[in-house]
Design a protein around this ligand. Structure first.
Ligand SMILES: [Fe+2]
Ligand SMILES: [Fe+2]
Length: 305
């Protein structure tokens, strides 16, 4: 695939060159779309009152931003640096390698803004810290790395980041235009989306080239890895949601009832398919799904029938 730089207007349009977003939090508006926060609207949570609802929203926003920071630092920036330093290892041209450094800059800015946003939400400083936990994607990457021959460690990271950068989650899709949500959150997500549209086209090229330049042994590994990585990125962090529900005032039994209702296997699978749709189409276009080990792996992860 020919590289077409998505960064020609980078100095004009990238958000790192613009002022910080307007962090206004209007009273009467919500911090997050309620349907994306597990438990909100459930009768067992409604019984706890407005305080519990607001706390759950704060926790959701907090975890979304903490996740963004970790993803940018530990995965996207790390992968982009590897690409910048050795583009040929993944079949990328020299210009794409040079421009990976612009992604490092964008992502570092996204991590900064994510943390700034959360610090400026009224009432956030009084929120007690939750027990620190590693996001599941980092644990999952460590486990996958152990299961692979050492020489594929960089391919694992590049494949994971290419997946995460080509997915369009319901959060990125919906929040900027959601009039129920405070300006601070809408503006921050909107700015992030503007940069991510450029990264999306860049990583479409990365997936094409990484696959096309791979010898049969690397294809064999990538073919089943992609399916696992999509699930790893999109699977909900149920343990964390349970901790929020307990903190909001539910007992363990009721928390489990709420989680079972919100995260029914059908609902989780439908959400994951919707969010991964562009990436699944990409897998098809690139030819990954024609590989004999890919299709069963995608079916096993319930991404396709
Ligand atoms: Fe980002
Ligand atoms: Fe990105």
């Amino acid at each position: 695939m020919q590289y077409q730089s998505p960064f020609e207007d980078w100095y004009t349009y990238s958000t790192v060159h613009k002022p910080l977003p307007d962090f206004t939090c209007e009273t009467g508006l919500v911090l997050f779309p309620p349907e994306l926060v597990p438990g909100i609207g459930h009768p067992l949570v409604d019984k706890l009152g407005d305080h519990a609802t607001r706390r759950l929203m704060m926790r959701k926003l907090e975890s979304y931003n903490a996740f963004t920071e970790k993803l940018e630092y530990k995965a996207v920036m790390a992968a982009s640096i590897k690409i910048a330093q050795n583009p040929r290892a993944f079949g990328l041209c020299e210009q794409a390698g040079r421009e990976a450094r612009l992604i490092v800059t964008d992502e570092s800015h996204h991590a900064y803004v994510a943390i700034e946003l959360i610090k400026r939400i009224p009432g956030f400083s009084e929120l007690p810290p939750l027990a620190p936990s590693q996001p599941p994607f980092l644990r999952g990457l460590e486990e996958l790395e152990k299961s692979l021959p050492a020489e594929f460690a960089d391919d694992l990271l590049i494949a994971f980041v290419a997946i995460s950068e080509t997915l369009i989650t319901s959060i990125l899709r919906g929040i900027p235009r959601d009039p129920r949500v405070v300006s601070a959150v809408r503006n921050t997500v909107r700015d992030h989306c503007i940069d991510e549209a450029r990264h999306h086209s860049y990583f479409v090229y990365v997936v094409h080239q990484h696959w096309a330049s791979s010898a049969p042994d690397r294809r064999e590994i990538l073919a089943s890895l992609y399916a696992k990585l999509i699930r790893l990125f999109l699977d909900p962090n149920i343990d964390l949601c349970r901790a929020w529900l307990l903190e909001a005032g539910l007992d363990l039994h009721d928390a489990e009832v709420v989680l079972r209702d919100y995260y029914s296997p059908e609902r989780v699978a439908a959400g994951i398919r919707a969010d991964s749709f562009p990436t699944l189409k990409l897998m098809e276009r690139v030819g990954v799904l024609d590989h004999p080990t890919a299709r069963p792996a995608f079916v096993e992860q319930k991404l396709i029938d």
